[in-house]
Design a protein around this ligand. Structure first.
Ligand SMILES: Cc1cc2nc3c(=O)[nH]c(=O)nc-3n(C[C@H](O)[C@H](O)[C@@H](O)COP(=O)(O)OP(=O)(O)OC[C@H]3O[C@@H](n4cnc5c(N)ncnc54)[C@H](O)[C@@H]3O)c2cc1C
Length: 397
């Protein structure tokens, strides 16, 4: 399905923080808007569905370029496990189309399913399924984008092995729109597993977690996802009684899933649980004031969790902790922007092992602009020399 014909149309965005919204429905329309903004040296905010626009540093813009009108599937070849879609296509639409062929995109980022695939790739958002399928950089085969001076660029292709030229696909994946808007993407799909079973394993403290890690990370174990969740959150999600848990997602044929499950049951106290817990976890932080990820070696996971629990004991509001076990990443979600949380984030501002996803605008003053200097800054200067796209606000630069 191709997006409707037409060029750039102007409408006003509904919320208070919005600037006038530009809603093109063709690549030519996007190119015309970006080219015009480049000529006038006017900054643009890039947006998909706008469900996560308050994340990342504050952006300075006169107008918002929405890709939501550039939606729909361009080409789907189930036999090749590849699909090409316009970037404004929602994750829900993609799931619906691929499920009809027993396939899925192995990507389950936090957030609403009406978020767009363009934003998911631009922010390199991944969820627990990254344990098995990798991050967005492993799932995007090709893309079309528009540079900050209005040139349309096609990178990669529709085949799994594609190594010619510079890897502009990976460069744009996770660039947060700082190299220009992504207009279309070709994605690698997977077959939906025959059985998809989730087990909740009880974890009695950090020492027990260290023991469990050795068992769950054995080479004979192979899961779709493995996520540690703190006890309070587990109770709220309806999968525990207040004890920490590790959620393990098993996928495959009957014999494989039964074998893996027996191995886990031999080693730990666990129970099958509703797979809907994954969706509940993904939407847990939609309104959070602060979201940050702390990463490091997997062996250090128990001590990272201990450090963040100590931080939580100094806060009044609710703090959720969960961890992508196989990647060693602990995610902190705070419903209030409290001083102890700010202290920890300020102290780690230049530490690449701490990535802040969301925090109050004023707190970004402490954070360096990852896209302004060094190699990332030089790449940006080549693609968006006038810093038209998602320019960081001067006060926060
Ligand atoms: C680590 C992480 C955690 C997240 N957690 C949540 C969460 O808890 N809740 C939630 O709702 N979402 C969350 N998200 C966002 C979400 O997972 C996806 O990024 C996406 O589904 C949001 O869709 P959207 O269209 O509403 O994005 P938008 O809010 O419209 O945009 C998000 C970002 O992507 C950029 N962008 C959008 N479209 C394009 C494009 N076509 N080309 C270039 N840049 C573009 C925007 O400039 C903006 O910086 C998270 C993202 C990350 C990186």
């Amino acid at each position: 399905m191709a997006p409707g014909a037409g060029g750039a149309g102007n409408v006003m965005a509904p919320d208070a923080v919005s600037t006038p919204l530009l809603l093109p429905d063709t690549t030519a329309g996007v190119r015309e808007i970006v080219g015009g903004a480049f000529a006038a040296r006017e900054p643009l905010r890039i947006q998909g569905a706008g469900t996560w626009r308050q994340a990342g540093p504050p952006v300075c813009s006169l107008r918002t370029l929405s890709l939501a009108g550039l939606a729909g599937i361009i080409e789907y070849v189930p036999g090749d496990l590849t699909l090409t879609a316009w970037s404004g296509t929602t994750l829900a639409e993609l799931s619906h189309a691929t499920a009809a062929h027993g396939q899925w995109l192995g990507l389950d980022p936090a957030g609403a399913r009406h978020g767009t695939i363009g934003a998911t790739i631009a922010t390199a958002s991944a969820g627990p399924l990254a344990h098995a399928f990798g991050t967005p950089r492993d799932l995007v085969l090709g893309l079309e984008c528009v540079t900050g001076y209005g040139e349309v660029v096609h990178a990669g292709g529709r085949v799994v092995k594609n190594v010619a030229g510079f890897d502009l696909v990976r460069l744009n994946t996770g660039a947060w729109g700082t190299l220009g808007p992504v207009t279309a993407l070709t994605l690698r799909l997977r077959a939906v597993p025959v059985h998809d079973v989730t087990l909740a394993i009880r974890v009695d403290g950090e020492a027990h977690l260290a023991t469990l890690l050795a068992i769950l990370r054995a080479p004979t174990m192979s899961f779709l996802a493995m996520e540690w969740v703190d006890g309070d959150t587990a109770r709220r999600l309806g999968v525990g009684d207040g004890t920490d848990i590790v959620l393990v997602r098993l996928g495959g044929n009957d014999a494989f899933v039964r074998g893996q499950r027996a191995a886990i049951e031999n080693a730990a106290s666990c129970a099958p649980t509703d797979p809907a817990v994954w969706a509940a976890l993904a939407t847990r932080d939609a309104l959070a004031a602060v979201v940050a990820r702390f990463s490091g070696p997997v062996s250090g996971l128990p001590s990272r969790i201990g450090m963040l629990r100590a931080l939580r004991s100094r806060c009044q509001g609710s703090i959720v902790l969960h961890a992508t076990v196989g990647r060693g990443i602990v995610r902190l979600i705070a419903d209030e922007a409290e001083a102890p949380v700010r202290d920890v984030l300020s102290a780690t501002a230049a530490d690449e092992r701490v990535i802040v996803e969301r925090q109050p605008d004023a707190w970004w003053d402490d954070a360096p602009d990852a896209f302004a200097t060094g190699l990332a800054g030089r790449v940006r200067a080549a693609f968006d020399p006038a810093h038209i796209c998602n320019r960081r606000q001067a006060a926060h630069a």
